[in-house]
Design a protein around this ligand. Structure first.
Ligand code: SF4
Length: 355
């Protein structure tokens, strides 16, 4: 393998795949300078245990060149998602240290705090957030105020408008949330499916900044407690409100961050292979050679108008399959803020198209 690398790899950006003797893609990596990176694997003093393990298990290395480090980074992510190479998964440094709120599917959806976006390609996530504990606390308050369930995902449900009883336990053993008024009780016919879903929509709208009713409910309870001179209780409710307000502020910041990753980003490439990326809401929606002529500029403007013109809800939700790309783009521009100087606001493109 060393001979092949020495003889064949050029010093330019690219993506490499370490392959096992029986053809399994073990590891995918990217490099700004492929030659330096791959030769690094064979240096006796190479410090990382990770590299030693990769070389020990691999029988072959394959590589592709890409125009820039950014292009290589995007391709690395796509290949990792496609092949889920065993050693990448083990050595993962991705979104796992961030927390997300996952919306489960099923007859009575619920919110769950999870680390990383996992492999649920069909799920919907809010996030990423720092601080899983605070997130869980705030979510507990919201569930209590709105009466949403927080039990096991596979808990059997029995709605009031359902005629047949499900097989299995009527409720999570020991769960008293229905009795104390903290859950609508979709497991014990305490609510119809439509009513439960309507309440769940209130929670989503609260996250999206579209309505305030959970805070208003708490505010009324706090005022009533104060009027009854129950000051300790009023102070507890005030703390709950603060947790919810802080959660909502995080959502607002998140919406802004996702929305601000919307532009055309032109990246200089190796030997003039410059590329323009059309990025909307933290996801690369299109990619073209960077325009060198008025005709090419018109083509880019036309592609941009198609991508940026359709209305999309300003939301903090991110489909699962887009989370990794959002994380990649946000960390790229955080690490290299000067790269933002290469971006052009999306709003300029429809104008340029008609000029
Ligand atoms: S009352 Fe039923 S639905 Fe609500 S949290 Fe408890 S087990 Fe889940």
């Amino acid at each position: 393998m060393l001979g092949l690398v020495k003889a064949g790899v050029r010093g330019r950006p690219g993506v490499y795949r370490m392959i096992s003797p029986d053809g399994e893609i073990l590891y995918v990596g990217k490099a700004k300078n492929l030659r330096t990176r791959l030769l690094g694997y064979f240096r006796a003093d190479f410090p990382a245990e990770k590299s030693a393990r990769i070389i020990r298990e691999a029988g072959e290395v394959q590589w592709d060149y890409h125009p820039s480090e950014f292009a290589a980074l995007v391709q690395e992510l796509r290949l990792i998602k496609k092949y889920r190479p065993r050693l990448n998964v083990m050595m993962k440094r991705d979104a796992r240290h961030f927390a997300f709120i996952r919306i489960t599917t099923g007859s009575a959806p619920k919110f769950m705090v999870v680390r990383g976006a996992g492999n649920d390609e069909h799920g919907t996530y809010f996030g990423p957030f720092h601080g899983a504990w605070q997130l869980e606390d705030a979510l507990r308050e919201l569930n209590d105020v709105l009466g949403l369930r927080d039990c096991r995902i596979d808990q059997p449900m029995h709605f009031s408008d359902q005629t047949e009883f499900p097989v299995g336990q009527p409720r999570t053993p020991g769960c008293i949330r229905f009795e104390i008024g903290k859950c609508l009780g979709p497991c014990v016919a305490g609510v119809s499916q439509r009513q439960y879903r309507a309440r769940f929509t209130v929670a989503r709208d609260f996250f999206e900044g579209r309505q305030d009713s959970p805070l208003e409910t708490l505010r009324s309870a706090m005022e009533e407690s104060s009027e009854r001179m129950e000051f300790e209780r009023a102070a507890q409710i005030r703390d709950k409100m603060q947790r919810l307000e802080s959660l909502r502020e995080q959502f607002e910041r998140l919406r802004f961050a996702v929305e601000s990753l919307t532009f055309v980003y032109t990246v200089p490439g190796h030997a003039g292979e410059d590329r323009s990326y059309l990025i909307r809401r933290g996801r690369i929606r299109g990619e073209l050679p960077a325009p060198q002529s008025p005709d090419e500029r018109t083509a880019l403007a036309s592609a941009a108008a198609e991508i940026f013109s359709p209305k999309e809800l300003r939301s903090a939700t991110v489909p699962a399959h887009e989370v990794d790309e959002l994380m990649l783009l946000s960390s790229w521009f955080r690490k290299f803020p000067k790269e933002l100087e290469r971006t052009e606001p999306a709003a300029e493109f429809p104008r340029k198209r008609s000029a």
